[in-house]
Design a protein. Sequence first.
Length: 359
Amino acid sequence: MPLSRRWTLTRYLIEERRRFPGASGDLNALILDVSLACKAIARIVSFGTLNDNAPAGGSVNVQGEAQQPLDVLSNDIFLRMTDWNGHLAGMASEELEAPHQIPAGSQRGKYLLTFDPLDGSSNIDVNVSVGSIFSVLRAPQAVVDSGRDVTEADFLQPGTTQVAAGYALYGPVTMLVLTVGNGVAGFTLNHNLGEFVLTHPNLRVPEDTHEFAINTSNSRFWEPPVKRYVDECLAGKPGPRGKDFNMRWIASMVAEAHRILMRGGVFLYPRDTRDPAKPGRLRLLYEANPIGFIMEQAGGRASTGRQPVLGVQPSALHQRIGLVFGSKNEVERIERYHHDTPPRDSISPLFAERSLFRD
């Protein structure tokens, strides 16, 4: 289809809304506001370290991570572009310790927005693709009826309750990938029009793959099922899998998810033993749930390794979790390996690890 005749994001959302004649249009308007924030972030990211408008970095966010200047600026853009429109009851950001309240005197709506404003920001200085991730939830009816400020508990909804989710990828081109619960569509930013146009309708993740992505520097902390899976992939065609695998690792989850959505693969950032207080590294509400929703809607699978990630009941606003997603057959294999492996506590002392210097 010629570029001039492609659907814009606005038209796509109008067509989706027609499936629900009673819909108010608030969700469409909210997603368009998010897309506007992504356009603004795409522009500042394109300037990279030359950006003179970025606030000073160097502080530490609630995750205990050093904030990059563009993290702060991207977060501010998300807040400014969405908190005035009357469609939100509140927001939660990876960069903020507590929920963001809609300003006093502003109209409040029936949705909640969670987001990671700039995923992979540590890669900007080496010019690797980064992105933004977002998720839309319905606000509890008690919040809508009373108009009260939102609390942390209002956001603690499993991923199955998401109304919409998406990510923007700031790479050689800027793309917005979106699901509103009816498959997944990809839009490319046309700078001449200033609009996202539909370029990848009905994205699907292939069920099988020969690519996996994992940070092997953490291998000493992996649980046995993950070690088993990676070892089998590395064994290649002579090994138990009977085929060769390629390994990829970008250290930008949006870029990893996009590659898998385009051509298949499996991504693992599993639970490990490095820090018992953190059973995973990725954030459930800002990263795992929205990416999981997209993968499931595209025919893939997203899991903790033990259960579907969308079924996890959140217990905290900044909860971390192990995550495996991508081609369905590979993710299901990893789940089987977890279920086949006995808990470490049940392993007989006869076969426990030994050391001459063991206490």
